[in-house]
Design a protein around this ligand. Structure first.
Ligand SMILES: Nc1ncnc2c1ncn2[C@@H]1O[C@H](COP(=O)(O)OP(=O)(O)OP(=O)(O)O)[C@@H](O)[C@H]1O
Length: 216
């Protein structure tokens, strides 16, 4: 497996750059952490990679093929975005998971049991049949993550995946994540040093850099 991002550029609504020329690459079981100040564009970068948000320039490749070549729906199952907060949804996690199993691109994938994954993180099986609205932030965060891991995507795009967890549970989740290839947004330098095989610091875009570049 190889994954590559080349010179991704994203404009803000006022026409200035949110970020410019973001490039990195990953191989199997790499964990690339993305850090940077609040509002710098970390979530937006993950959404661009997942093809959930448009970007103005740049290319992204999974195994040397673009999202268009894979097909956008297949891409999103192979390069899977997990938001920081689970959107408010009707029904239970089990109902959601069963629906997902019948959804186009997922039908062809052999899934790992998400309940088994979540049990490693102290999620009891009965929680899967509770309404999403009745779950705590940390419970729904772990269940959403278990569903994503069960699809065995090539690359996981994780937005602060342990933000709602206590330190002990956070370490249990990190232990599992080490078996996967991830691009992971974190505000924790400790988490970065425990997990990262590669790091990327997203800095606020500085237009003065363009002037210096054009003078070269
Ligand atoms: N689709 C979009 N197009 C243009 N700008 C956007 C888009 N989505 C978000 N933004 C803007 O990009 C900026 C960065 O938001 P983003 O949520 O990516 O930051 P972040 O680095 O993840 O922040 P935090 O660490 O607080 O979660 C915000 O000002 C937001 O309004």
């Amino acid at each position: 497996m190889n994954f590559r991002l080349e010179n991704l550029c994203k404009l803000k609504s006022d026409g200035t750059f949110l970020f410019r020329d973001v490039s990195f690459s990953l191989k199997e079981r790499d964990i690339l952490t993305i850090s940077g100040p609040s509002g710098v564009g970390k979530t937006t970068l993950l959404k661009c990679i997942a093809q959930l948000t448009i970007y103005e320039e740049g290319d992204v490749y999974l195994n040397e093929r673009t999202p268009e070549e894979h097909g956008i729906t297949v891409w999103r199952t192979r390069v899977m975005y997990v938001p920081q907060r689970t959107p408010i949804m009707p029904g239970t996690p089990m109902e959601f998971y069963n629906k997902m199993l019948n959804f186009g691109a997922q039908r062809t994938i052999y899934h790992v049991d998400p309940i088994e994954i979540s049990q490693k993180w102290d999620i009891k099986e009965e929680l899967w049949n509770k309404e999403w609205t009745q779950l705590s932030g940390g419970e729904s965060q772990r269940i959403s993550l278990a569903i994503a891991l069960s699809c065995k995507p090539n690359v996981l795009l994780l937005d602060e995946p342990t933000s709602a967890l206590d330190p002990t549970t956070c370490l249990l989740v990190e232990k599992t994540l080490k078996e996967y290839t991830c691009i992971l947004v974190t505000h924790s330098p400790e988490q970065e040093s425990r997990l990262a095989t590669n790091t990327y610091k997203l800095n606020p875009y500085n237009p003065n850099q363009d002037v210096l570049l054009s003078l070269d």
